[in-house]
Design a protein around this ligand. Structure first.
Ligand code: IPE
Ligand code: IPE
Ligand code: MG
Length: 241
């Protein structure tokens, strides 16, 4: 490879890393445990990974926590997940404070149980002044749903079709300033997006690992980030013009 091409390698960490934290249920089932035990372990891993990302200077981390499709699961599992999210946000302010982490939420807040809504609102308020990493929790999130809700807001505001731009659509997303995903990491072996950040992943680099989320380590994260540095991003342009 020419020196010129090598210059196009990424030399800075990804600004925005998205995680599809998949494989909790299989991790638990392999151990003869209930699926919920996998979610509990998965939360501990999420905290470790978030901290490692903060230490690496990554600016935005989005965690796919609960999709608009996950309501199809058994009531017991859904209830457990909602309780886990609520309890985590209620108990872990110190974790976010110690690491200077700001919390944001994407997804349809109105479709969540009221007590979960309240904890999300409070966590956002309590961490709003923190200036380190921003952790975006995707809860009751679907990429299609976010686009539809943006379009509805635009139409309701009476904007004419000739004024529709990419910026206007993204300005009406849940976190308008959320940049495009640079690096998308999916654990659990499946090679699909499952309705995650469809718009923001237009030019993301993808990495799929078979590791189940509760087994995902900070060491593997570091290896994965090293892989990002080796990717050449062209954004439709050509190299060596
Ligand atoms: C991902 O793990 C976490 C959520 C969807 C909430 P899964 O629960 O999908 O685990 P698997 O894919 O069944 O192993
Ligand atoms: C994606 O995982 C959603 C989250 C990780 C929250 P799923 O387990 O729901 O995805 P599918 O159903 O295998 O596509
Ligand atoms: Mg899954």
């Amino acid at each position: 490879m020419s020196d010129k091409a090598q210059e196009t390698y990424n030399s800075t960490p990804p600004s925005h890393v998205g995680f599809i934290m998949d494989g909790n249920g299989r991790w638990a089932q392999k151990r003869g445990l209930a699926r919920t035990a996998g979610h509990k372990e998965g939360l501990e891993v999420a905290k470790r990974i978030v901290k490692a990302c903060a230490d690496m200077g990554i600016k935005y981390v989005t965690l796919y926590t609960f999709s608009t499709e996950n309501w199809k699961r058994a009531q017991e599992e859904v209830g457990y997940l909602m309780g886990l999210i609520r309890g985590h946000l209620r108990a872990e302010f110190q974790f976010y404070k110690d690491n200077g982490i700001k919390i944001e939420h994407i997804g349809d807040l109105s479709g969540l149980p009221k007590d979960v809504q309240n904890e999300i609102i409070k966590a956002k308020e309590d961490t709003a002044a923190f200036t380190g990493l921003t952790v975006v929790l995707a809860i009751n999130y679907g990429g299609r749903d976010e686009i539809i809700r943006s379009v509805k807001k635009i139409i309701d505001s009476g904007i004419k079709s000739q004024n529709i731009t990419e910026k206007l659509i993204s300005d009406n997303f849940d976190v308008p300033e959320l940049p495009d995903v640079d690096f998308l990491i999916r654990t659990g072996g499946e090679k699909r997006l499952s309705n995650f950040l469809l718009w923001h992943c237009a030019y993301a680099e993808f990495l799929f690992t078979d590791t189940l989320w509760p087994d995902y380590s900070t060491e593997e994260l570091k290896n994965n980030i090293n892989e990002f540095y080796k990717r050449t991003r062209r954004f439709g342009d050509v190299l060596n013009k």
